[in-house]
Design a protein around this ligand. Structure first.
Ligand code: IVH
Length: 670
């Protein structure tokens, strides 16, 4: 095949495959067999690899994934991604309906929709082609996850009829229960830990670096908002239906996923219907959303600082089921803290099988008066792991046994301690209790600390088991020959590991300090300490007064730091890390100063020259402090584009100085 023939053939195959994809995934009405589809796709893949110059960014082969994204870029949203105001009470929803009508001084139509429990996404289309997909992030900027979103079969890569030239469509990416349960089934078979819930797994999946994995997991998406195409219809309901003509999968009206009504009764009927029927849905929802339909009326209603006044969410109460508490097991964390976990008779809860629940601590067990063998109530709250909320005392028999909390560490048999004023029990054997030692090493190598490529929890396990490492300093004495001897360790992986360890010597001091895993010294505290005390020697010898004089360091943190450096073994580890060449002092960045010392800043809105995070970093590196809400004590508000009017009003009322982006730059350069 010559070049021009290949071009024509690639275009023909792409267009056919896009159409078949739509028929299969969006219309559920395929024209050809799966086998034929795969064959056409294979032909296209082959042609694209022979003639890469004709492989388009919107080719159906992108569905299969394979693009690797090293780092997701931050992108500022063209339209801020706000949230919804929530209510758990039907009375409040009724009041909202009445209030909206009064405010607009006209009759209203309402659109009722499901509140999909997934991850929000904003997808931009230009000239009918998917050009960018961004996560919600902090609402003003999110992460560019385009390659991963392109693998979701129900999201069109190219649109068909009569679409707007440049617009954004927003929706929720979710994990259909069937696919989520299949994934967990597979993980169980492979001996991998199962995922706790579809929402968090959808969110984690969307941020994976290998889009092939995303493609295989089978995420789906429903749409709930269209921006930049308002003149195409007067109301939201009508525009969503139009989007179906452009090629989108929209929520089906005939299954009542979306509905238009002009009365309170209609809204209540929708809520009551889904409160009952939601357990039969093939995906999870956590409520319903009511929106004023007409765009002009939406405009009259406007926004508060965080959410539109033209929409409200009604959240369902958490679903609750009964099951039997079979056993309590105790987990030991990196800091030695003990977490009791309940093993339950498996039970279906909201489409997933629940087998474990967190029990938090001894007090919680006592408060619930739990017995082994009890029938317990389990609820899925906002947390990742479901929780036990009570006991069905009517079902308690003589065969149940009261729970006696353990006194000894389940891993190393050391007697547990409970510090005054703390709820958790601890295993004090931090130097040789295996999960604590391994946990500290895992923390040290984690992304936010030393970010050691090529080293994960499994390898740490293997290195520890073969006694090659007993603490974090031992990582730096590992050799290729030692590592390659480990089971399932190929030459390439061993090389990566050694290279990753070497590269970590360039990690800045504040992250090394965070990586040491001193109790209560998180990322922010480590930064503050590094900045104030400059190097590890000063920190190690700092007295209590010096420590508590550092911004945000209180008695508890100061005591913990001192306790760490009193321990000879810790001092030895630090000495060795220094000897191996890790960064143990702060490098003052160019452009840093104490100019903003003593001043606090609230940064809000979207900026032209900087991202919000860069701006905040500038404030910090010049000695200022970032705070999240405005008070009379705030020194400055840096106001960007799209800053909420109520925030501005508050700043004005309290007499806080408001700086534009330009004024901030001036202040910085003064
Ligand atoms: S409308 C201005 N409609 O709920 C906000 N949101 O707290 C417009 N969500 O981040 C959002 N289903 O991720 C809307 N039918 C629906 C929704 C929905 C789920 C999520 C969305 C948003 C969050 C709002």
């Amino acid at each position: 095949m010559n070049k021009s023939e290949a071009k024509v053939e690639i275009e023909r195959l792409s267009s056919d495959l896009n159409r078949h994809n739509h028929r299969y995934y969006v219309e559920s009405n395929p024209e050809i067999s799966d086998y034929d589809f795969d064959m056409f796709l294979k032909q296209l893949q082959d042609l694209e690899s022979q003639f890469p110059e004709f492989a388009s960014d919107h080719s159906p082969t992108k569905r299969v994934g394979g693009d690797i994204t090293k780092k997701f870029d931050s992108v500022v949203h063209k339209y801020a991604m706000l949230s919804l105001s929530n209510s758990y009470s039907k009375d409040e929803i009724e009041e909202w309906v009445v209030r909206a009508k009064k405010f607009v001084e006209d009759d209203l139509e309402y659109v009722c929709e499901l509140k999909y429990d997934g991850v929000a996404i904003g997808i931009q289309y230009v000239d009918g082609k998917l050009v960018q997909a961004i996560t919600r992030g902090d609402g003003s900027q999110g992460e560019n996850v385009t390659s991963n979103v392109k693998t979701i079969r129900t999201i069109p890569l190219e649109l068909t009829n009569d679409y707007p030239k440049d617009f954004e469509i927003r929706g929720e990416i979710f994990f259909p229960l069937k696919n989520f349960n299949a994934l967990n089934e597979k993980r169980r078979e492979d001996g991998d830990p199962e995922f706790a819930n579809p929402r968090n797994t959808a969110s984690g999946t969307l941020k994976m670096h290998n889009s092939k994995v995303v493609a295989d997991r089978g995420l789906d998406c429903f749409l709930y908002g269209i921006y930049g195409a308002e003149n195409r219809a007067d109301g939201h309901f009508e525009l969503v239906n139009k989007a179906a003509d452009w090629g989108f999968k929209v929520p089906p009206s005939n299954e009542r996923y979306i509905e238009k009504t002009n009365s309170v009764e209609g809204v209540m009927d929708f809520i009551n219907y889904w409160d009952e029927k939601r357990k039969d849905l093939p995906f999870e929802i956590d409520g319903v959303v009511i929106k004023v339909n007409n765009y002009d009326q939406q405009e009259i209603l406007g926004f508060t600082a965080k959410s539109p006044r033209w929409a409200i969410a009604y959240k369902f109460k958490a679903e609750r089921v009964e099951t039997v508490l079979e056993e309590v097991r105790y987990q030991v964390g990196r800091t030695g803290s003990i977490t009791p976990v309940a093993n339950l008779t498996p039970v279906q809860l909201g489409g997933t099988t629940v087998k474990r629940a967190s029990l938090h601590n001894a007090d919680q067990i006592e408060k619930l008066d739990l017995h082994l063998g009890d029938t317990v109530y389990v609820e899925k709250g906002g947390e990742i792991i479901p929780k036990i909320v009570g006991v069905n005392l009517d079902a308690r028999t003589n065969a149940t046994v009261g729970i006696t909390y353990i006194h000894e560490c389940p891993e190393c048999s050391t007697e547990l301690v409970r510090h005054e004023g703390e709820v958790n029990h601890y295993c004090p054997n931090e130097l040789s209790c295996p999960p604590q030692v391994k946990g500290k090493i895992e923390h040290f190598i984690s992304r936010k600390a030393m970010n050691i490529d090529g080293l994960g929890a499994e390898t740490v396990d293997a290195l520890f088991a073969s006694e090659l490492i007993k603490n974090i300093a031992d990582l730096y004495t590992l050799t290729f020959d030692q590592v390659v001897e480990l089971e399932r360790m190929a030459d390439k992986s061993a090389n990566n590991l050694i290279a990753g360890v070497l590269a970590s010597k360039e990690i800045p001091f504040e992250r090394v300090l965070f990586g040491l895993g001193i109790r209560f010294v998180g990322e922010t505290v480590a930064k503050k300490l590094a900045k104030a005390l400059k190097n590890i020697d000063e920190l190690a010898k700092a007295d209590f007064e010096t420590l508590i004089a550092v911004d945000e360091i209180g008695d508890k943190i100061a005591m913990s730091i001192q306790a760490f450096f009193w321990e000879d073994r810790n001092k030895e580890v630090v000495r060795r890390l220094k000897e191996y060449g890790l960064k143990m002092e702060i490098v003052e960045k160019e452009g840093s100063s104490n100019k903003f010392e003593g001043s606090s800043f609230v940064v809000s809105g979207v900026f032209e020259t900087f991202s919000r995070n860069d701006l905040k970093a500038l404030i910090e590196s010049n000695g200022g402090k970032n705070v999240s809400s405005i008070s009379a004590k705030t020194s400055y508000v840096v106001a960007g584009d799209k800053m909420g009017p109520s925030k501005l009003q508050k700043a004005t009322d309290l007499g806080v100085k408001i700086l534009s982006e330009q004024e901030f730059i001036q202040l910085l350069n003064e």
